[in-house]
Design a protein around this ligand. Structure first.
Ligand code: APR
Length: 172
């Protein structure tokens, strides 16, 4: 079955999907940005479950329940901090997307929504990050999996236009 890969503009905490992805910190604690918004919307039980996981290295992913979110699960992944591209940031960012998708298919999830990981507080240039995200997702969904929908949720209109442009190009 073909997997739909799409971009929308909106708030990831409102997405009705099997899993939303959290741009987490390595301690997996409620921070600021999209992470803070997800923890706030999910309620305190999310941080309780996260604490028991004992952290997550950059590029890896962990899954929890969604609690008060519409989304049934949260996949927490830790993006790289941008240091000018000299510290393996592209590979680490691709790992975030790939490991999140692997975790989703391992749990037989059908739909997943990603924020633009690392492009806020962690400073990764948006265009580079979005291209890497689109390339990784498109390569992944060429293989058979449980996923029917992969959605990029863009907070700003500018980011949404950026993703739309990238997804409209036939690259990969
Ligand atoms: N829905 C969708 N996207 C959002 C939302 C939201 N509710 N809130 C913020 N964003 C977008 C930002 O506009 C940005 O494009 O998510 C993207 C990622 O930004 P950050 O949340 O700053 O994530 P990141 O750059 O990966 O930094 C992670 O920030 O909050 C802390 O604990 C987190 O330490 C970690 C770091």
């Amino acid at each position: 079955m073909l997997t739909i890969v799409e971009a929308v503009q909106g708030d990831i905490t409102k997405q009705d999907v099997d899993a939303i992805v959290n741009a987490a910190n390595s301690a997996l604690l409620a921070g600021a940005g999209v992470c803070g918004a997800i923890h706030k919307a999910a309620g305190p039980q999310l941080e309780e479950e996260c604490r028991a996981l004992g952290g997550c290295p950059t590029g890896e992913a962990r899954i929890t329940k969604g609690y008060n979110l519409v989304a049934r699960n949260v996949i927490h992944t830790v993006g790289p901090v941008w240091h000018g591209g000299t510290q393996n940031e592209p590979t680490l960012l691709r790992n975030c997307y790939e490991n999140s998708l692997r975790l989703a298919t391992g749990h037989k999830l059908k739909s997943i929504a990603f924020p633009a990981i690392s492009t806020g507080i962690f400073g990764y240039p948006f265009e580079l990050a979005a291209q890497a995200a689109a390339d990784t997702v498109r390569a992944f969904v060429k293989q058979p999996s449980s996923l029917e929908l992969v959605r990029f949720v863009c907070f700003s209109e500018k980011d949404y236009e950026g993703y739309r442009g990238i997804l409209a190009s036939p690259r990969v």
